[in-house]
Ligand binder design. Structure first.
Ligand code: NAD
Length: 363
């Protein structure tokens, strides 16, 4: 079967790592018609926007994209390209598997977590009121009239909306994802003891939905502060985590830290019928064009893409190849060496070459 997939190289180290991922996917033997789309610094020069409509149109048309990281221009009035893609395409689920591959430096021996984060609501909804503005003053007066609470007059305010709809979507997605991927347990993370009407609603929705899946998978929940401690002390007790946006952002970085950091953690942003696969890390501008950074996060993101389209054999082949190259520890980038200055570290494309050799050997 031939697949149509949008390919967004990105900027900074984006083109180097996404090209490495593209080559690895091709080595698995899956046939893909890549539709190249622009985003980031180059698009900015050409279209005066870092995210041209033509790119969104292509993703809408073909439904799947492999995307390299993109720099967010500072102070030029543009919101993040990544946030815009997620919003415009309603990619409500951010999926970040954090698995410890043998050979990666870590304080742990066995970690295999999947963090599923809600992507559209919560304190990240972007509903904010600055200190001393007329709107903020009206809001403070309104809240005082409504329930007697007096917010300090010199406050800035960020609103935390969590809906039944948004919670149902992400929680149902998480259960389905966990079952499809043969996982054993799902844990909802919240602070419902304090934020009763936002996190409380998330937890209530979770418990309702969990009833539909109770014969298929074990489920539990944890308060976010306790979860943070438990993940550091005994991450092996956890499996799939589902979280509202803010906790999801923080806990997914914590989990990336447990398994060796940004160079090895893949990701996907998924909606009802569109999915964009991308590494967790950003465009690492200081390494741009240096053939230096680890391509594994991006290559493993393309492995998630192969699973998403149902090419499990190719996905397994790709994941095993990455794992074997990392475990061997020879053809790996600086960040995977015991000493970061190790002169035997190879570049981005050489590590990809080693992974491709392994893919071909195992096929
Ligand atoms: P970053 O992830 O780009 O880099 C931070 C540091 O992490 C790097 O300097 C490097 O030391 C290390 N690192 C990152 N990726 C690595 C890899 N593959 N291998 C080895 N080391 C790696 O984070 P940042 O500097 O905060 O962000 C740079 C730009 O990227 C910003 O404009 C930010 O908005 C953007 N960004 C984009 C995405 C995305 O496109 N999805 C995600 C995060 C940040």
């Amino acid at each position: 079967m031939n697949y149509d997939i949008v390919f967004i190289p990105g900027d900074g180290v984006g083109p180097e790592v996404s090209e490495a991922a593209k080559r690895c996917v091709e080595a698995t033997g899956v046939t893909i018609n890549w539709h190249i789309a622009e985003a980031g610094a180059d698009a900015m020069e050409k279209y005066k926007t870092p995210l041209p409509d033509s790119t969104l149109d292509l993703i809408n048309k073909y439904k799947i994209a492999l995307k390299g990281p993109v720099t967010t221009p500072v102070g030029e009035g543009f919101r993040s390209v990544n946030v815009k893609i997620r919003k415009e395409l309603n990619l409500y689920a951010c999926v970040r598997p954090c698995k410890l591959y043998k050979g990666v430096k870590s304080h742990y021996s066995a970690v295999d977590l999947i963090v599923i984060r809600e992507n559209t609501e919560d304190l990240y909804a972007g509903i904010e009121f600055p200190v001393h503005s007329t709107e903020t003053k009206s809001l403070i007066d309104y809240i005082h009239k409504l329930n007697g609470e007096q917010i300090r007059s010199d406050s800035g305010i960020s609103i935390k909306p969590i809906s039944e709809y948004g919670s149902s979507k992400i929680i149902d997605f998480a259960f389905k994802y966990a079952i499809k991927n043969k996982r054993k347990k799902i844990t909802a993370v919240h602070k419902a003891n304090i934020m009763k009407f936002s996190d409380g609603l998330f937890l209530e929705t979770y418990r309702k939905i969990a009833k539909d899946y109770k014969d298929k998978i074990e489920f539990t929940d944890r308060i976010v502060d306790n979860m943070s401690m438990q993940l550091v002390q005994k991450p092996e007790l956890y499996d799939v985590l589902v979280l509202p946006n803010l906790y999801g952002d923080i806990i997914s970085d914590l989990c990336a830290g447990l398994v060796g950091g940004l160079g090895v953690t893949p990701g996907a942003n998924i909606g009802d019928d569109i999915a964009v696969f991308e590494a967790t890390h950003g465009s690492a501008p200081k390494y741009a064009g240096k053939n230096k950074v680890n391509p594994s996060a991006m290559i493993l993101s393309s492995m998630l893409m192969l699973r998403y389209i149902g090419e499990d054999k190719a996905a397994n082949n790709l994941e095993n190849a990455v794992s074997e190259v990392i475990q061997e520890g020879k053809n790996v980038t600086y960040d995977l060496k015991l000493n970061r200055d190790d002169p035997s570290a190879v570049g981005t494309s050489q590590m990809a070459d080693a992974i491709i050799r392994q893919i071909t050997e195992d096929r």
